[in-house]
Each structure stands twice: as C-alpha cells, then as structure tokens.
Write a new protein. Structure first.
Ligand SMILES: [Zn+2]
Length: 142
C-alpha cells in the first residue's frame, strides 16, 4: 500500500520530535522535508501549499528499538489516514477511508483488512514496556 496507517505505540512518550528538538532544530528537519517534496504530497502526489511534516518510525520489537527513518511532507488527507486512531476520535474516519481507497486503488474490504493489521501491530507493540529511541537520522542535520 502506498498510503498506510502508522500507529505509534502508546508508550512512546517522546515519539513526537517537536518535543525533543528545539523549535529551530525542528524547523531545519521540517524544511528539508518540504524542500524534497517540492509542493507535492510525498505519498499521494497531490499539490498542496500546506504540507505537514510526518515522522516515520520503524520498530524492532525484539530489541525494543523505535528508529526514526524519515521525515516526510504529506498532505492533510494522507496525514489523517496515517493517524487513523486520532482521526476516528475526531469523527473523520469515513473521509480517511475514502482517501485511503482512492490513493491505494483498493476497496473497502481491503481498507478494513489493512486497518485490522495496523491495529494488531499496535496492540503487540504496546506490550513492549519501554522503547529505546534511535535518532541517528537526525545526525545529518544537527
Ligand atoms: Zn497526500
């Protein structure tokens, strides 16, 4: 799937880079993503003047390591899909499902299946008591 859900484990208190970096540092990271995007969502390709920075993480469950792998610039619609838990709480799930199906060219059953898998991954990752952060990605900026 080109566009997928990226649910962050509940125990990752510091998973938001904005809470780790100074505003000036975050600006450098964020602007690098916007520059690479060139005015288009890096996931669906839609032109947008208001892209949002999104942090991509990989999870090594065996070693309890949460690794920052990229910061990308995405449109609001893609960002809503990525954070489907929060989006659903705010009443936007139907809109997010539509966007997911459009971008991935799939049907509702496939949407539900992908969501089920993301939720299962999320529950399993929540069993890890504490994730260690790997922020090596940021070295090139700081
Ligand atoms: Zn998009």
């Amino acid at each position: 799937m080109k566009l997928n859900f990226e649910l962050v484990p509940d125990s990752c208190w510091y998973s938001n880079l904005r809470s780790i970096l100074s505003p000036a540092q975050w600006d450098i990271v964020r602007k690098d993503a916007y520059a690479r995007a060139g005015g288009k969502c890096m996931i669906c390709g839609a032109p947008s003047k208001r892209l949002e920075a999104h942090e991509r993480w990989e999870y090594d469950e065996g070693n309890a390591v949460q690794k920052l792998v990229d910061v990308v610039a995405v449109c609001h619609s893609c960002h809503e899909v990525i954070h489907i838990g929060r989006t659903s709480l705010l009443g936007g799930e139907e809109r997010a499902a539509e966007h997911f199906m459009k971008v991935n060219g799939c049907n509702y059953a496939e949407y539900r299946k992908a969501l089920g898998k993301a939720n299962a991954d999320h529950r399993r990752r929540n069993l890890v008591p504490e994730w260690k952060l790997d922020l090596g990605y940021l070295k090139k900026f700081l």
